[in-house]
Structures are given as C-alpha cells and as structure tokens.
Design a protein around this ligand. Structure first.
Ligand SMILES: [Zn+2]
Length: 271
C-alpha cells in the first residue's frame, strides 16, 4: 500500500522525536552517563582516524642490527605504502583538521589518516618527502633538537623547507628523554627551549608534541597545555578517555611491513 507523502513525513518525525527523547532522557537522568556519552562520541570519532608513525626511511645497511631494522623502512616499501593509501581511498589530514573534527565536528575527507615521522632522520627529507609530494600528501615531522644539523639528521634549512611545503613540524623534546621522568628544570630544557628553536627555524607556531617512547602521564599533559600545545601523540597505548587529544594513539609502522600488511593493520584498528 502506498501512503500519501504527509503520512510518510509524519512517520519519520515520530521516529526522530522518539530517538531524541530516549537519548536525552537517558543522559539527563544520569549525569555520569551523559559524560560517558560525550567521551564515547569523542573516542569513537578519533578511533576512526588511524595515525601512522614512521621513523627512518632508507634502505638497510649491513651494519643495521635486527632490532634497529624495526624502525627502518625501505624507500620502495614507503612508496608502496603511499600508493596503497591512495589506491584504498585514504586521505591524509593534518592534526589541525583532526582537532577541529573531534572538537567541533568540522567535516574532513572520507577515510582520513594522519602520517607522522619521529626523530628527524635525513631519509625523511631525502626519500620520504619527494614521495609524499608525488602523492600530494602532507605529514607531521617530530624533531628532537639535540640532533639538529648533525650527520644523518635534518638541518635547519631542510626543516624550514619541509614546513614551507605545507607539512607540520612538531616537538619531540631535546634529547628524547622520557617525559614521565622530568624534574622541574627538565621541562624548560626538554620542551620549552626546543619548541622555541623549532619556532625560530620555521617561523611558525609549534603546536604538536610526540612523547618519546610514547610514554606520558597526567602531569605531562598539564605541562604541555601550559606551553600551548594543542595535541600530543603517543604510540600504541590506550587513549585516555578524558584527554583523547593529548594521548592520540599511533600505529608504529614496522620496517618489515609490506603495503598489504599495513592495509590489514589499519583495517584491524578501524574494526
Ligand atoms: Zn622518538
């Protein structure tokens, strides 16, 4: 039987109003559940955005130990990873878009993903950057300032070029010291000064932080906020329900992963 349009609209409104009433009533009567609803929404949305953490992009040398090779991805594999992201319809976004999406629901492209690099090794400029450019992808580069201008690491000019191409530079401390072990003066040495140095090099504000070894505690979140950071990235640990933007979980990309492996791991996270 075909109902006239009015009856169809009427039925839709009844359903919409009922759903709203049920949800609102549930949260209104139970304030703690209401909070849980809000946090659950945040967590669900961030879970939908995988974040990749790359380290060295270069071909293996005979002198590389097996343990270190975990952090070294060949140039060919990196190319294939990016090709897979393109072919699978992923759209790399930057943390600003991630934050706007989580906080204000600002639209982002379908199948969003964030690409990050840690430790500022030279292959990220020499090998990864041209590949990213070929695909039109932007990424975040987390720099520890103790290695600036040292052999095998990025120099000031390269960091500026990376930033000028629309990528983002983030702080990864001075010497990769675990933030959970900081005493008072360490914050100045490990976070305040390196952030200033990176701001001077790029001429841009430094708003993102990556925890060395992915380790964090609540004091570090308070401190990072004081220094004006907008978000912080860990590795595979559980995201904090109250501070999801300061405990953003990343997939630590292993040097042995093919594009197919990476694709499966991303899908597993999204499940
Ligand atoms: Zn690191």
């Amino acid at each position: 039987m075909v109902y006239p349009p009015f009856y169809n609209y009427f039925a839709y409104w009844i359903i919409i109003i009922s759903c709203f009433h049920i949800n609102y009533g549930y949260c209104k009567n139970y304030p703690s559940e209401l909070l849980e609803c809000v946090f659950q929404t945040t967590l669900n949305t961030t879970k939908e955005i995988p974040v990749l953490s790359y380290h060295q992009i270069r071909n293996l040398k005979p002198s590389d130990s097996k343990k270190n090779s975990t952090y070294i991805l060949s140039i060919q594999y990196f190319k294939e990873h990016m090709q897979m992201l393109r072919d699978s319809g992923y759209h790399p976004i930057l943390p600003d878009q991630y934050i706007e999406f989580v906080q204000n629901g600002k639209p982002i492209p379908p199948k969003p993903i964030v690409i990050t690099f840690d430790d500022g090794t030279i292959g990220q400029y020499e090998h990864a950057l041209p590949i990213l450019e070929k695909f039109g992808f932007k990424a975040v580069f987390f720099i520890m300032t103790i290695t600036l201008n040292k052999q095998g690491y990025l120099n000031n000019e390269q960091i500026k070029k990376i930033a000028n191409k629309g990528n983002r530079i983030g702080c990864h401390t001075w010497d990769h010291h675990n933030v959970t072990k900081y005493e008072n003066t360490d914050w100045k040495l490990q976070v305040e000064k390196p952030t200033q140095v990176l701001q001077e090099i790029t001429g841009m504000p430094i708003k993102y932080f990556a925890y060395p070894y992915g380790e964090w505690n609540h004091l570090s979140i308070i401190k990072l906020k004081e220094y004006g950071f907008k978000c912080a990235f860990q590795l595979g640990g559980k995201m904090d329900t109250e501070e999801p933007l300061f405990t953003i979980k990343r997939i630590l990309v292993d040097g042995s992963w093919s594009a197919k492996d990476l694709n499966n791991i991303i899908k597993k996270q999204l499940r």
